[in-house]
Design a protein around this ligand. Structure first.
Ligand code: 5AD
Ligand code: SF4
Length: 448
């Protein structure tokens, strides 16, 4: 009897990637093998994201293509998960007859039951919000502790779900609900299991990680505790909110070797009036002050960010502030987006009055400036020494492995004998596109 196979296609953020990994674990426990080819699968899931523009159109066009999987009466179950499923709900079942399951980010733990119902011919809609308590339990219940989501040498742990910030442009609080934090014990147990199973790097995930709070502990205590775990080489987290960031956290990052010197700290826009309309609850001066402090005590720190251009009423002058912030901070990476309306958010009540061409021009200027900054940074890195955590083989170059520096820059490293999870000292010799090139240094500490 051939194994049952499942295929999951994921859109969007790291939290979605993580949810897909968790779904894969649940399906594997139910006897499925994962496959990269939807045509080989008996269960095909699409894990959707609402953060980018026109998400519904993208999902419906993909579902249109998946329809052919059912041609000739083939028995395949098609499910739609994630934020678009949460928002569109029944409309998906109505509009796309090939879909058997629609379920939201709170509901994927019921997958085996939902699949069983679909096998009986039912069409399943499961977008109910869980209560806070159920949500906390569902992070990863005790009996599922062995099913941690490892990807090579990296383990991803959700520490919070949902978001209470209601930034005016953002759909997340509506698709993922109110924020809940998971118990610290449970997080530490999952982290230990991951380390026992070979993880070298752990990522703490949440929509707003540094608002974490459980059993009287905050993000500081959690980061402190995880960073002390035996065997952990690297600790990363995403994304913190500038308003919940403080100098104590910067100090902890600077002093604790396992906490990587990389921070993804979205600032969104350089103008204070725009930030207030975005309901970001911080000014650009607050942001820059925190950045100056962390750079002063931790000169190795690399900072990346998210930017939105063309938020309603943003003037040329206000946009110029965004460029000035980029010039001052010199981010290692910028994820820039043209503002687009998300129905139901507060900003949807404002006129989307920045013309498309203006948004495009602003976006181009952001990308151009960042290209110049990245180029200068890459050039300046020549000759510097780094430890690189190997996370895969180069796709085309034989005998070359890929990895990341502590600052999260991608590096190619010679050495076909290297294995995923090795931590190797290197010297940077140059760069190609956005990838650093390196030569190996003798591993005196034998730390790999
Ligand atoms: N329009 C444009 N960009 C958005 N983002 C979130 N919502 C919107 C929107 N409505 C961007 C923000 C956020 C990133 C994940 O996506 O910059 O930090
Ligand atoms: Fe969205 Fe703001 Fe919450 Fe981030 S902090 S998920 S941008 S509402």
């Amino acid at each position: 009897m051939p194994a049952k196979r499942a295929h999951i296609q994921t859109f969007g953020c790291q939290m979605n990637e993580h949810d897909s990994q968790r779904m894969a674990k649940i399906l594997e426990s139910a006897g499925y093998e994962m496959t990269g080819d939807p045509a080989q699968a008996q269960v095909v899931l699409v894990n959707t994201c609402s953060v980018r523009e026109n998400p519904e159109n993208k999902v419906y066009s993909l579902l249109g293509r998946l329809r052919s999987l059912k041609k000739g009466g083939a028995r395949v179950i098609i499910g739609v998960a994630g934020c678009v499923a949460q928002q569109e709900g029944e409309a998906i079942l109505h509009r796309e007859k090939c879909v058997d399951l629609v379920f939201g980010p709170d509901n994927y733990f019921d997958l085996p039951d939902m699949i069983a119902a679909a096998e009986r011919g039912e069409r399943v809609l499961n977008t109910e919000w869980l209560s806070g308590r159920q949500k906390v339990r569902n992070f990863i219940p005790e009996e599922r502790m062995e099913q941690v989501a490892l990807e090579g040498c990296k383990g991803y742990i959700a520490i919070t779900k949902g978001c209470d910030n209601f930034c005016s442009f953002c759909i997340v609080p509506y698709t993922r609900g109110r924020e809940v934090s998971r118990e610290m014990d449970n997080i530490l147990r999952e982290a230990r299991t991951m380390l026992e199973q070979g993880a070298k790097e752990i990522w703490l995930l949440g929509q707003n990680v540094n608002s974490y709070t459980a059993d009287g502990a905050g993000f500081y205590e959690l980061l402190d505790a995880v960073s002390r775990l035996d065997g952990l080489r690297r600790l990363r987290f995403t994304s913190p909110h500038p308003n919940d960031w403080n100098n104590r956290l910067s100090e902890l990052m600077a002093e604790r070797p396992a906490i990587c010197n990389h921070l993804h700290l979205p600032f969104q826009a350089g103008g204070n009036r725009v930030l207030a309309l975005m309901r970001r609850r911080h000014t650009i001066e607050d942001y820059l002050e925190k950045v100056r402090y962390m750079r002063a005590i931790n000169p190795q720190l690399e900072i990346s960010t998210d930017i939105i251009v063309g938020f309603p009423t943003e003037s040329d002058e206000e946009f110029a502030w965004t460029l000035r912030v980029m010039d001052e901070v010199r981010f290692s990476q910028v994820f820039a987006f043209k503002y687009s309306v998300r129905p139901g958010t507060r900003a949807a009540g404002m006129e989307d009055d920045v013309p498309r061409e203006v948004k495009e021009e602003r976006l181009a200027r952001v990308l151009e400036l960042q290209e110049r900054i990245t180029e200068e940074q890459l050039r300046a890195l020549a000759g510097s020494r780094h430890d690189v955590l190997i996370d895969g083989a180069h796709l085309r170059r034989q005998g070359v492995m890929n990895g990341r520096t502590e600052g999260f820059r991608p590096v190619s490293v010679p050495g076909g004998e290297l294995e995923i999870g090795d931590l190797v000292p290197v010297r940077i010799t140059g760069y190609r596109n956005h990838w650093l090139e390196a030569e190996r240094l003798v591993n005196l500490s034998a730390s790999a």
